[in-house]
Design a protein around this ligand. Structure first.
Ligand code: PMT
Length: 400
C-alpha cells in the first residue's frame, strides 16, 4: 500500500484538504496528515483523524508523540503532498527553513513532493513567490494549480487551490499510476464459491481471494470505481472498494449479471464451482447406518460465458483460466468459448503460485492472438500488469 503524507498549511483552503484526504483514502492509500499550527486554527485535526483513521501529527514536541517523528514521517512517505501550500510554506521549502514539524519533515524527506498553492492573488504574483516556486520546480517539486476564480479574501484572480480531485489525480501521476481507469466503473470477482451439500457441509475450492482482492485494490488506487463480488474470504475489503459478499455460484451470477451492463470492465478472477449438489438437503446428513454416500452433482451457471455472449462492444471482459496441465491449449479453448478480450492463464499445480499463494505466474492471451508469458511475481504486481493491459484495451476500443 502506498503511503501519502499530506501536509496542511494555514490557508483557508485547508478545509478542502479534508476532501483531498478522503479521496486519497478512497483510492486505497494510507494517508497521514501533518498540520502546521496555523492550519489547526482553520480545521480541527479530529476531522483529518476521522477521515484517514490515523493520528494527526502536529508538533515536534507533542506530549506522547513519537521521538524524531519528522524523520519517520519523512522516510515512510512514498509521496508528500502539501495542500494547501501557503506562500509561507513555499518560501520555507525553497530556502530550507525548518522551524516546525511540517517544515522539518519537508526538509527531511527524499520522497517526491507535490504542492498545491493557495493564496491571495497579490501574494501569488509577488516576485518572491514566483522565484520560490521556480526554485522548487527546478528541484523537481510538482506544482498543481492554483486556479483562477473567487478567492477567500473576497477578490477574484489566480490563487484558488486546485480541485481536490485534480490533486489526487496528480498524486497518481507522480507515483506512476496515472491512468485511463480514472472514473471507470469496474467489476471484479474474487474467492471461491461454496455449494451447500447440507446445512453444515459444502463443496468448495482452495481460492483465498488474494488475486481478485489485489486486482480490486489496484484498480481503486488507479482511480477506478470498483465493485468486488467476493466469495467467502478471510481478506479485508480494500480501501475505496465496494464489496458484495456471496456464497454460491448462483448468488455470484445474480450479483455479477445485474452489475455487468453498467461496468466498462469485468474481471472474473473468482474460482466459481463448476458443479453443485443437485439438491441441498435441509438437515445434516447422518453418518449412522451408511457405508458410503453418493452425491448427484449438476452444472452451475457459467457466468463468464453468459457475460461473453451478452457483452457490449465497448466493454472489456477478462477471464482467468486455472489449469493443471496443457495450460496454453486449454486456456486458448476457454478464451474462444467464453468470448473474452483477455484470458489470464495460470497453472495452479505449479508450486509457490496460484491458489492461496502471494505469487502467481501467468500467461496473458488476447483475442487478437497476442500472447505474453510473465514471470512469477507477487499477485499485487500481476494485478498492476493486468490493469495496464486492460487500459490499452480500453484505449483501443475508445479509438475505434
Ligand atoms: O484466490 P487466490 O487464492 O488468490 O487464487 C487465484 C486463482 C487461482 C483462483 C485465480 O488466479 C484464478 O485462476 N481464477 C479462476 C479460477 C477458475 O475458476 O478458473 P476456470 O478455468 O475454472 O474458469 C475459467 C473462467 O470462467 C474464470 O474466469 C472463472 O471465474 C469463470 N467461471 C468458471 C466457472 C463458472 N461456473 N462460471 C464462471 O464464470
Amino acid at each position: 500500500m502506498n503511503n501519502v503524507l499530506l501536509g496542511v498549511s494555514g490557508g483557508i483552503a485547508a478545509y478542502k484538504a479534508v476532501d483531498l484526504a478522503r479521496r486519497l483514502v478512497q483510492r486505497g492509500f494510507q494517508v497521514k496528515v501533518v498540520m502546521s499550527e496555523n492550519a489547526t486554527r482553520l480545521v480541527g485535526p479530529a476531522t483529518f483523524r476521522a477521515v484517514t483513521s490515523n493520528p494527526v501529527a502536529l508538533s515536534l514536541f507533542a506530549e506522547g508523540g513519537a521521538p524524531m517523528e519528522h524523520i519517520s514521517l519523512a522516510r515512510e512517505a512514498d509521496v508528500v503532498v502539501v495542500a494547501p501550500a501557503t506562500a509561507n510554506i513555499i518560501a520555507k521549502m525553497a530556502h530550507g527553513l525548518a522551524d516546525d514539524l511540517l517544515s522539518t519533515t519537508l526538509l527531511a524527506t527524499r520522497a517526491p513532493v507535490l504542492v498545491a498553492p493557495a493564496m491571495n492573488r497579490e501574494m501569488w504574483s509577488h516576485p518572491a513567490t514566483i522565484h520560490n516556486l521556480e526554485i522548487l520546480k527546478e528541484r523537481g517539486v510538482v506544482v498543481v494549480g492554483p486556479e483562477s476564480g473567487p478567492l477567500a479574501c473576497g477578490e477574484e484572480g489566480e490563487g484558488r487551490m486546485s480541485d481536490p480531485e485534480a490533486i489526487a489525480e496528480a498524486v497518481l501521476h507522480v507515483l506512476g499510476m496515472g491512468s485511463l481507469l480514472s472514473g471507470v466503473q469496474v467489476l471484479v470477482t474474487a474467492g471461491g464459491t461454496r455449494e451447500p451439500i447440507d446445512p453444515v457441509r459444502f463443496i468448495g475450492n482452495r481460492s483465498s481471494g488474494k488475486m481478485g482482492y489485489a486486482l480490486a485494490a489496484t484498480a481503486a488506487r488507479m482511480g477506478a470505481k470498483v465493485c468486488l463480488v467476493s466469495g467467502p474470504s478471510a481478506l479485508a475489503c480494500p480501501g475505496g472498494v465496494d464489496r458484495v459478499l456471496v456464497e454460491t455460484a448462483e448468488e455470484m451470477r445474480r450479483e455479477v449479471v445485474s452489475r455487468a451492463p453498467s461496468s466498462r470492465v469485468v474481471v472474473m478472477a473468482a474460482a466459481v464451482a463448476d458443479f453443485m449438489p443437485a439438491e441441498a438437503v435441509g438437515e445434516k446428513i447422518k453418518r449412522a447406518g451408511r457405508d458410503k454416500l453418493t452425491l448427484e452433482l449438476v452444472r452451475t451457471p457459467d457466468i463468464l460465458a453468459e457475460l461473453g455472449a451478452t457483452k457490449k462492444d465497448e466493454q472489456v471482459l477478462v477471464g482467468f483460466a486455472a489449469e493443471t496441465g496443457d495450460l496454453v491449449e486449454k486456456a486458448r479453448a476457454k478464451m474462444r468459448e467464453k468470448k473474452v478480450d483477455m484470458m489470464v492463464a495460470n497453472d495452479v499445480s505449479s508450486p509457490g503460485s496460484g491458489f492461496d499463494s502471494d505469487y502467481n505466474r501467468a500467461l496473458l492471451l488476447f483475442a487478437g492472438g497476442r500472447e505474453v508469458q510473465l514471470d512469477l511475481m507477487p499477485k499485487t504486481d500481476l494485478a498492476a500488469r493486468i490493469w495496464e493491459e486492460v487500459s490499452s484495451l480500453l484505449e483501443g476500443k475508445a479509438g475505434r
